[in-house]
Ligand binder design. Structure first.
Ligand SMILES: [Zn+2]
Length: 184
């Protein structure tokens, strides 16, 4: 999946959980923090792609990505696209959050961690539908996918993703946000 599709997927799932399923009074700062945490979570699994779109968006990203690459054993879609990677990255995000001395909202840490986890999980879930699949059970090398037959799955960045998947997800996101605004 491309970066924009991962962002739409993450924000859609996050808005369903926070705006539809949970009944919380949100301040603007909390909404913004949840959105940023979701975006970071949605982006994290592809940090293992040195040539990825994400790195192009960061100043000196090309150099940075090559420095970081040895951390991700085996290259793209390995550790960071697995259940172990999910737990490790969420733990790292929690650690970073706990280092911020005064989060603006009480219990925000857990909400932000949840937003990050939703973004991350939605990324891995979306990649399950692509031709390459996902090594969910890393270090076992087997790639899982939906549907199980590889050639019936989507190719990243092709017309089906750009003209069907991405617009439908983005529309669903807009509808969810519109619904939340209209009932509150
Ligand atoms: Zn990915």
């Amino acid at each position: 999946m491309t970066y924009k599709t991962h962002l739409s997927t993450g924000l859609l799932f996050s808005s369903i959980v926070f705006l539809v399923l949970m009944d919380i009074q949100y301040s603007p700062i909390l909404i913004l923090s949840l959105a940023i945490s979701t975006i970071i979570g949605s982006s994290s699994p592809d940090l293992d792609t040195p040539t990825g779109e994400l790195w192009d968006k960061i100043p000196a990203g090309g150099v940075l990505s090559r420095l970081i690459k040895p951390v991700f054993i085996g290259g793209h879609r390995h550790l960071s696209h697995s259940l172990i990677g999910f737990v490790l990255f969420a733990g790292l995000f929690y650690l970073i959050l706990s280092l911020i001395p005064d989060l603006p909202v009480l219990h925000a840490t857990y909400f932000l961690l949840l937003a990050y986890a939703i973004g991350y999980a939605s990324h891995i879930t979306a990649d399950l539908f692509t031709e390459m699949g996902v090594p969910l059970l890393f270090p076992l090398g087997y790639h899982l996918g939906i549907p199980p037959i590889k050639r019936t799955r989507m190719k990243t960045g092709r017309w089906f993703e750009n003209l069907v998947v991405y617009p439908v997800l983005t529309l669903a996101l807009i509808v969810t946000i519109y619904w939340y605004i209209s009932v509150n």
